[in-house]
Design a protein around this ligand. Structure first.
Ligand code: NAD
Length: 359
């Protein structure tokens, strides 16, 4: 009997539909090979949802996601929707999805592939062997804290406000995910904060230290976020697993992404306690190259592999996808963002054809 999995597809905006089409072809191919029966349901999010329904996250989309076994998301956003009020922006749909599914942990691997070392802007000796996992808190901190808004003070001056706040339980649950992730890797966890300036960060650090008593096999260290940013580009190999808050994680994971040469290569997983996980590339909707068949679909394809591994426990199928990606790179195929001398430049769908062929 074949295994049955319900997957909600959220192609979103910009290059989203192009890269999603490649990932679906790859999933169908691997599904046939491993007798996995995928039932795909497409739903609207972001700008596409705004155009069709007036809202960035229609209730029907959230419901469809909740009823599936996993969600594969591409990317949202674009110039067209940038001037809408905040509650109607595509990004609000993404934040709504994360909080609606209570996805509090975002796992972002930044692994340098030997085939792409020359695509990194850093020197070979700095990036060769980099293998970092950033565990970012996703449903708390300054992106959700209250009060927030732009208010008028008593003197008539306008004032913008956001609030960075974390409860003990919010820190502890992301801390546990991070310690357990580090246990499966090389047992080194670096917690990044700004405890020298922010009380919320001091509390974060105190909780991480308290939690570390439960994980004596993991070596816990701490860095201030400014130093962490510097160390990431100076000597990235010192890091294994990094745990940090929502805002710092947003920034550091993009910096870690660039160590690997292209943001178009990096998958991510967002996990909660009980709802389906959401798998998506780290990059955005790349409106500058949308509709031109120039997008790199590999992060989307690798996100699908992460979905097979973390949500469906299909490690062998996941590995075959990852190996197919490596094989295509070994064969010299490259999209524009990872192109280097002597390689063969191909478009989004053509590199997809090669992955399917490699499978
Ligand atoms: P971006 O990641 O979309 O693009 C940054 C740069 O990287 C661009 O030059 C783009 O062409 C390139 N790039 C990104 N993905 C690529 C890929 N797969 N292949 C080749 N090149 C790729 O970030 P941005 O320009 O800051 O944002 C564009 C839009 O995306 C905005 O509306 C933003 O809000 C949105 N965004 C969405 C997400 C998400 O859906 N998770 C994340 C970040 C940004």
């Amino acid at each position: 009997m074949s295994q049955q999995y319900r997957i909600t597809l959220l192609p979103g905006d910009g290059i989203g539909p192009e890269i999603m089409a490649v990932a679906v072809r790859v999933l169908k191919t691997v599904g046939e090979k491993f007798a996995l029966n995928f039932e795909f349901k497409e739903a609207l999010i972001g700008g596409a949802a705004i155009d069709a329904t007036g809202e960035p996250l229609p209730a029907a989309t959230l419901e469809t996601c909740k009823q599936s076994d996993a969600v594969l998301l591409a990317a949202i956003g674009g110039y067209k929707w940038d001037s809408l009020p905040r509650h109607l922006r595509p990004e609000t749909g993404l934040l709504g999805l994360r909080s609606g599914l209570q996805l509090f942990a975002n796992l972002r691997p930044a692994t340098i592939l030997p085939q792409l070392i020359d695509a990194s802007t850093l020197k070979r000796e700095v990036v060769e062997g980099v293998d970092i996992m950033v565990v970012r808190e996703l449903t708390g901190g300054i992106y959700f804290g209250q009060p927030r808004g732009i208010f008028t003070t008593e003197t008539g001056e306008k004032r913008g406000v956001n609030t960075m706040a974390y409860t003990e339980s919010e820190i502890d649950r992301i801390g546990r995910v991070a310690f357990e992730t580090a246990q499966k890797r090389s047992k080194r966890l670096c917690s990044v904060d700004k405890a020298n300036v922010l009380e919320v960060s001091q509390f974060w650090r105190d909780r991480m230290i308290a939690l570390s008593a439960e994980y004596p096999d993991v070596e816990l260290t701490h860095l201030y976020v400014d130093n962490a940013a510097m160390q990431l580009v100076r000597a990235p190999k010192q890091f294994d697993t990094i745990v940090t808050s929502n805002l710092f994680g947003d920034i550091l994971s993009d910096a870690a992404a660039m160590l690997t040469g292209s943001i178009g290569m990096l998958p991510s997983a967002s996990l909660g306690a009980s709802n389906p996980g959401v798998y998506e590339p780290v990059h955005g909707s790349a409106p500058d190259i949308a509709g031109q068949d120039k997008a790199n679909p590999l992060a989307q394809v690798l996100s699908a592999a992460m979905m097979l591994r973390y949500s469906f426990d299909q490690a062998e199928a996941a590995m075959q996808i990852e190996q197919a990606v490596l094989k295509v790179l070994d064969q010299g195929y490259r999209t524009g963002d990872i192109m280097s001398e002597g390689k063969t430049l191909v478009g989004c769908q053509a590199i997809g054809d090669e992955i399917v062929a490699a499978l």
